[in-house]
Each structure stands twice: as structure tokens, then as C-alpha cells.
Design a binder for this molecule. Sequence first.
Ligand SMILES: [Zn+2]
Length: 119
Amino acid sequence: MIDPITAFKDPWWYLVDIDYVKDGDTFAFFIDKGMRDFSNESIRLWGLDTWELSQPLGDQAKVFTSLWMADHRHGIKKYPFVIHTEKDKQSFNRYIADVWCSQGHHLADDLRQAGFEKV
Ligand SMILES: [Zn+2]
């Protein structure tokens, strides 16, 4: 049974599709906000920083994220990913988000496992 109270506590889940990848941890998404309401937002990955493009591994992190977006569509033509968003506490103009595919694979975990977390 669905508990409607859950949505009051944690409502910020969206189906999204990739517009373009800026770098390993920043991208633009097409966002299905429901009821024929769509937007396009620049989103920063939650909880993991990759190297800047000017730094070693920056380009490779961008390639990894681009390939991840292509590999994890799992045959879904539109809006194959789900994100959970939060306002960025350092920069309130932008949003940060966790990113999953329909099979539950988690972009930040996969970047971390592949060695692209800036430490
Ligand atoms: Zn996947």
C-alpha cells in the first residue's frame, strides 16, 4: 500500500533523459516533471566530484559518464533515468542529484568504482 506521507517527506524524484554531458559530474537533463510539464536543467552529481576537464583524468571521467548514459538506457527510448534532487547548499542556484538507471545502477557508485572520484 502506498503511503502518501512519504511524498511529503521526500518528493523530489524525476524521470530524466540526458541532453548533454558537460564533464564527469555535471550534465544537462531533460526532466519530465509530470502532467506534461518538462524542463531542461543543469545538474551536478550528488556526493562525488570528478576532476575538471583541464586536469588529468577529467576528459576520461567525461567519457566514462557519456558512455554510462549510453550503456544504461536498457532499451528505454525516452526518460531512461531517475534522479533524486536536492538544492546545492554551496550554490543555491543549482541542483544536485543522485542518478540511477532503470536497473538500479548508480552513476556515482560506478564512477567511484572506476576510479574517477577526485580525492
Ligand atoms: Zn544500468
